[in-house]
Design a protein around this ligand. Structure first.
Ligand code: ZN
Length: 244
């Protein structure tokens, strides 16, 4: 089985479309795992939910998904993100609000736990350091986890002696899933923050036991133009071209 992993789409339809087109160039996809934050920040929340639900993706809720349907306070957000959540909440169609309402905070599939943030705090906690990864691993009931939330393509692997190491997930290196517990983050499809504005995603091959990370360019300026037309905050518009 080949699984497409993607996270943090953030209502960016151009990025999502580019990821799907690119992923299919690398072979058939049997299942999609979406690690949350389909909406927030971007201009196409309804369209992105439409694509994800049509795909039949296994999907968990992110903090922006929850905030957009009133299940999480925007006091956790910076002012620009909160503004975008207000716009998203007002823009969501009833059927897409229902889709977000039905999303679980976490799922288990094969040997993987799927959460947006971390196994301890599924919607909110960032696994961004070796220390936070070490804590997160201790909460895992499965051998592996796939997460989003930080918008950074990273792998945290438990080491022989019990420590955890962080591996930067570049497209050049095919990662072996391995025996030790590990946490994988495919990076953000719709708002990368590692200085590379290209959409990020990963493909897990359960037979080969490998994970490959990919970056794909998309039409950033079209997304930006839509955001300006929707009066979304300018700082959110410019960060897309910077990948920050
Ligand atoms: Zn996010």
């Amino acid at each position: 089985m080949r699984y497409l992993w993607l996270a943090d789409i953030h209502a960016n339809l151009e990025a999502l479309t580019a990821v799907l087109d690119d992923a299919h160039l690398h072979g058939d996809i049997d299942e999609m795992w979406c690690l949350g934050d389909i909406v927030g920040y971007g201009p196409n929340p309804n369209e992105c939910i439409e694509v994800i639900s049509r795909y039949g993706a296994l999907c968990v809720a992110g903090n922006h998904d929850l905030a957009a349907i009133g299940k999480l306070s925007t006091s956790f957000f910076n002012p620009e993100a909160a503004l975008a959540i207000g716009w998203t909440a007002a823009t969501l169609k009833a059927e897409h609000r229902s889709y977000l309402l039905a999303l679980p905070l976490g799922l288990e599939r094969e040997e993987f736990t799927l959460v947006h943030g971390s196994p301890r705090e599924p919607a909110l906690e960032y696994i961004i350091s070796v220390g936070s990864a070490r804590e997160a691993v201790s909460y895992l009931k499965t051998r592996f986890a796939v997460v989003g939330h930080t918008h950074l393509p990273l792998i945290f692997r438990e080491q022989e002696g019990g420590g955890v190491a962080c591996v930067s997930a570049t497209p050049e290196v095919v990662q072996v899933v391995g025996e030790h517990r590990a946490i994988f983050n495919p990076g953000a499809a719709g708002q990368p923050r590692d200085g590379d504005p290209r959409a990020s995603y990963a493909i897990y091959d359960s037979e080969a036991q490998t994970v490959r990370f990919f970056r794909v360019p998309y039409d950033v300026s079209t997304t930006q133009l839509k955001m300006v037309r929707c009066n979304l905050p300018l700082s959110l518009v410019t960060r897309l071209e910077q990948g920050r």
